[in-house]
Design a protein around this ligand. Structure first.
Ligand SMILES: CC(C)(COP(=O)(O)OP(=O)(O)OC[C@H]1O[C@@H](n2cnc3c(N)ncnc32)[C@H](O)[C@@H]1OP(=O)(O)O)[C@@H](O)C(=O)NCCC(=O)NCCS
Length: 146
């Protein structure tokens, strides 16, 4: 399968809408937290587009930003359409983010994922990412801290 990675401008409402569809679809399949806020135009995006059969058809994307005061890019969202998975698209997107970070002289790329998201963890490990933190939360609407 032939695909290309293109920079996408999130200040374009159509592009921003596609980025937020990635979030919605990920939420629908339980791989992106249901309570996360929508993406806004202050982030950056790379989309993966197939050359055929649909010319320039978008099959996935990576949304990222540089957290203020941090020497890194943070990969906020990574999404590949289900029929196009395991074809190297997600890995290519993450490699591109790493290349952009290196071009900018940044020290690292980081992402967080749900503990249930085995695919994303496998992808990270395959690309040389290491586990180094565990996030915990307490739902105050159901249990509360005691
Ligand atoms: C996670 C996701 C982006 C991976 O995209 P992808 O295009 O399928 O990834 P790739 O084909 O580049 O896979 C790269 C490597 O990751 C690992 N990997 C990816 N999917 C895997 C799976 N289902 N099982 C085991 N390993 C997997 C493999 O090591 C794979 O290399 P290989 O195919 O040579 O074995 C995709 O499954 C997805 O969009 N999931 C839903 C959204 C999501 O979970 N986003 C991340 C939220 S933080």
């Amino acid at each position: 399968m032939s695909f290309k990675l293109v920079e996408a401008d999130l200040s374009d409402p159509v592009v921003l809408n596609v980025a937020n569809l990635f979030v919605l679809w990920g939420q629908d399949e339980g791989t992106i937290p249901a309570d996360r806020c929508p993406i806004d135009e202050n982030e950056e995006a790379i989309f993966a587009c197939v050359d055929a059969p649909v010319e320039n058809g978008i099959v996935g994307g990576a949304i990222f930003y540089q957290p203020e005061g941090h020497d890194m890019l943070f990969l906020d969202i990574l999404y590949v359409s289900p029929v196009d998975r395991r074809k190297g698209i997600g890995g290519a997107l993450v490699r591109r983010i790493c290349a952009i970070a290196a071009e900018r002289g940044l020290a690292k790329v980081e992402f967080g994922t749900l503990v249930t998201n085995q695919r994303m963890q496998a992808l990270g490990h395959a690309l040389g990412f290491a586990d180094y933190a565990l996030m915990m939360n307490c739902r105050l609407d159901t249990k509360g801290a005691s």
